[in-house]
Write a protein that binds this ligand. Structure first.
Ligand SMILES: *[C@@H]1O[C@H](CO)[C@@H](O)[C@H](O)[C@H]1NC(C)=O
Ligand SMILES: *[C@@H]1O[C@H](CO)[C@@H](O)[C@H](O)[C@H]1NC(C)=O
Ligand SMILES: *[C@@H]1O[C@H](CO)[C@@H](O)[C@H](O)[C@H]1NC(C)=O
Ligand SMILES: *[C@@H]1O[C@H](CO)[C@@H](O)[C@H](O)[C@H]1NC(C)=O
Length: 314
């Protein structure tokens, strides 16, 4: 009896708490981002100074560019904007497929930088916030570090002490109770965001979602001890070998499986708006956010993502 319980416990630990092995289900490299994702030419729900364009416009303006091992997504950096017109042309991509329990690994060479930029890699369900939101990469105005955040409806909180290398910004994930802030974790590696990320050649962001926890990891390109399955984009991975996550969101007092539905992966880049705009004045950036974005196209020549690949495992 004791041995049986111990065996069950070991199985539980192996499959739930300590990570698990997964096989690749999806691989996005170069032009397969264009077949696996759809352009969302929508108005930004976060009120950014942005004009999300469709696939034809993105292609003709070279805002998306695919080669054998690069997929580049950028904002326009050529045009001065009329203050009465729409915002700066940019791209918002949504995966055609939805994912529940899975691991996503992003190999990113470069992320958008520039005053006023607000880039994000994240996942979200169709009914926000009831199906939850998981932000893997997000920040504003070039100010690191990266922050990973969960957004939910009520009834999802995180333990104040947990096994992660990052620092919590708050432990209530409920958007209504936190003025939409959710429960964030700031990464303790300065290379995780913005110009510092880019100057170090980028790196890998990974998110593991099971029915009992969500974990996010970051490894700089220059880090030592990068797990070989991450480094090589292996077809089989073992998250149990990835070490302490940067951000750990366990289900102690958050029923992960009911707070998070089927999620699309989203890649977007906006400007100003609810976050980048509201803190612009204290960011050390010049002028006002909207004026800067309207009048300084060349300041956005580095406002692009360059992906080596994105792989999803299940
Ligand atoms: C389009 O963008 C790619 C990636 O940034 C760049 O290498 C290429 O030169 C651009 N093409 C044109 C015509 O500007
Ligand atoms: C981040 O935190 C971990 C664990 O506390 C520590 O080992 C590591 O040195 C820290 N890294 C940085 C860049 O501060
Ligand atoms: C956490 O998730 C596991 C696996 O799904 C489940 O067995 C357990 O009951 C959950 N714990 C809580 C407190 O919801
Ligand atoms: C992307 O869109 C979502 C809302 O759909 C928003 O929460 C997020 O801030 C946006 N970020 C960017 C970079 O557009």
């Amino acid at each position: 009896m004791f041995l049986q319980i111990r065996a069950l416990l070991l199985v539980f630990l192996a499959t739930h708490a300590l990570g698990a092995t997964y096989s690749q289900t999806d691989s996005f490299v170069g032009s397969s981002f264009l077949s696996g994702f759809s352009f969302q030419a929508i108005s930004d729900p976060t009120h950014g100074r942005v004009n999300y364009v469709n696939a034809a416009t993105a292609s003709s303006q070279n805002l998306t560019f695919a080669s054998s091992d690069h997929f580049v997504v950028r904002a326009d950096f050529k045009n001065v904007l009329s203050s009465s017109g729409p915002g700066r042309n940019s791209v918002r991509l949504q995966s055609n497929k939805r994912f529940t329990t899975s691991v996503a690994v992003f190999n990113v060479r470069h992320m958008p930088q520039g005053c006023g930029t607000w880039p994000a890699l994240w996942t979200v369900g169709s009914d926000w916030p009831n199906q939850g939101e998981i932000d893997i990469l997000e920040g504003v105005n070039d100010q690191g570090v990266n922050q990973a955040t969960l957004h939910t409806n009520s009834g999802c909180t995180m333990p104040s002490s947990r096994s992660q290398t990052g620092t919590s910004t708050g432990n209530n994930c409920d958007v209504a109770a936190t003025n939409n802030a959710g429960c964030g974790v700031r990464m303790n590696d300065s290379r995780s965001y913005g110009p510092t990320f880019n100057n170090n050649g980028g790196g890998w962001f990974a998110m593991e979602r099971t029915s009992s926890y969500i974990k996010v990891w970051f490894w700089s390109r220059q880090a030592t001890g990068i797990p070989s399955d991450v480094l090589n984009g292996a077809t089989s991975i073992n998250t149990g070998n990835w070490g302490t996550p940067t951000a750990y969101f366990p289900n102690n007092s958050c029923p992960i499986s009911s707070k998070f539905g089927a999620h699309n992966i989203i890649i977007n880049l906006t400007f100003c708006g609810d976050w980048a705009g509201s803190v612009y004045g204290s960011s050390g950036c010049p002028s006002s956010c909207v004026d800067y974005v309207n009048n300084n196209p060349s300041a956005f020549s580095n406002a692009y993502f360059d992906f080596a690949w994105l792989k999803v495992y299940g």
